[in-house]
Design a protein around this ligand. Structure first.
Ligand SMILES: NC(=O)c1ccc[n+]([C@@H]2O[C@H](COP(=O)([O-])OP(=O)(O)OC[C@H]3O[C@@H](n4cnc5c(N)ncnc54)[C@H](OP(=O)(O)O)[C@@H]3O)[C@@H](O)[C@H]2O)c1
Length: 295
């Protein structure tokens, strides 16, 4: 009963492979250059491969700002790729777990987004992900789409790593304080997906559909950075002189981001008993690993 993990070198894919193997699952992890989700023949032959029981797609084009000028590539990876996957899975009768993003929402809601809220992406990345999700829903009934947010892990590039790197090089930093979201540790998301995989393997009924999973509680990028430096200061000599709170208008980026993209995770909790941990508690636990891996 093999689980095929796509995007195995990314933040989430790496955690899925590591934690999946620790749980005793038979994991086949592939990524670029040996496997390209935008090549339909490669997708079909791997999904049809012997003994594939479940596909988890953790691959994506995740460069939110670059996507504004690389629209074709973003749509190829985030929309066409998942469509090839979903149709191959349908033919092979294999379920698919696919990952999506809080950036499918426009951020105008005042309370955390529910799975049923209408999507309205602000940028190319969000549009490409929203379209990819829709293709998966249309082509394959046996799918789980998990929307997550503000992902960071011990492997790969992310906001935590960027803050630590900049904090070592500069005395003062300016970080946006008027965008709200939920920091999510990639290891926790991997565990949630593997718990669902375990239920499937046991033959339990799965309520297919779209779910939200992210760290519990919302903060701003500035609040996230403040916590990063507080924790880093406890473990290392890193002391930032000043962390300035600025508005998104003062830090223009190519892609527009939602002002509020917190996700309501009550459905995954209710249906599967999967409860996200408070983001501060997780970051506290993971910080020593992030620091020991940070060069
Ligand atoms: N990062 C976040 O803050 C965030 C927030 C919300 C949702 N998500 C979603 O969560 C999922 C996992 O994100 P992540 O942060 O783990 O992503 P990541 O670290 O960027 O990893 C994605 C992996 O996919 C690979 N990939 C790109 N194009 C591919 C292709 N054509 N065929 C096969 N593999 C390809 C990448 O390879 P290269 O590095 O060589 O391109 C990379 O190894 C994605 O669906 C993402 O949209 C992420």
């Amino acid at each position: 009963m093999k689980i095929f993990v796509i995007g195995s070198k990314g933040q989430l894919g790496w955690e899925l492979c590591r934690r999946g193997k620790d749980r005793g699952f038979d994991i086949l992890g592939l990524d670029l250059p040996e496997f390209d989700i935008t090549h339909p023949s490669q997708v079909q032959s791997q999904v049809n491969g012997k003994g594939i029981f479940l596909v988890i797609n953790a691959s994506a084009y995740t460069a939110v700002d670059q996507a504004e000028t690389q629209e074709e590539l973003a749509f190829k990876v985030n929309c066409d790729g998942p469509a090839y996957l979903a149709s191959s899975c349908a033919r092979a009768k294999v379920p698919l777990f696919h990952i999506s993003t809080d950036y499918v929402f426009d951020g105008t809601k005042k309370t955390p987004y529910k799975e049923t809220d209408p999507v309205c992406p602000l940028g190319v990345y969000g549009k490409s992900k929203a379209d990819g999700d829709e293709r998966v829903r249309t082509l394959l009934k046996e799918h789980i789409i998990i929307r997550t947010a503000w992902l960071y892990g011990v492997h790969g590039n992310n906001f935590v790593r960027t803050m630590l790197r900049l904090g070592r090089a500069q005395e003062e930093l300016r970080v946006v304080c008027d965008q709200y979201g939920c920091p999510t540790f990639a290891g926790d998301l991997a565990d949630a997906l593997l718990t669902l995989a375990g239920s499937l393997i046991k033959g339990e009924d799965i309520a297919w559909g779209t779910y939200h999973f992210c760290g519990k509680g919302a903060t701003t990028w500035h609040g996230f950075a403040k916590m990063i430096f507080e924790l880093a200061g406890k473990h290392t000599s890193l002391r930032l002189k000043e962390l300035h709170a600025i508005t998104a208008d003062q830090y223009p980026m190519p892609a527009k981001r939602p002002v509020m993209s917190a996700l309501d995770c009550s459905l995954i909790e209710k249906r599967f008993g999967i409860s996200p941990r408070p983001w501060q508690e997780v970051l506290k636990n993971i910080m020593p690993h992030l620091l020991s891996d940070d060069h």
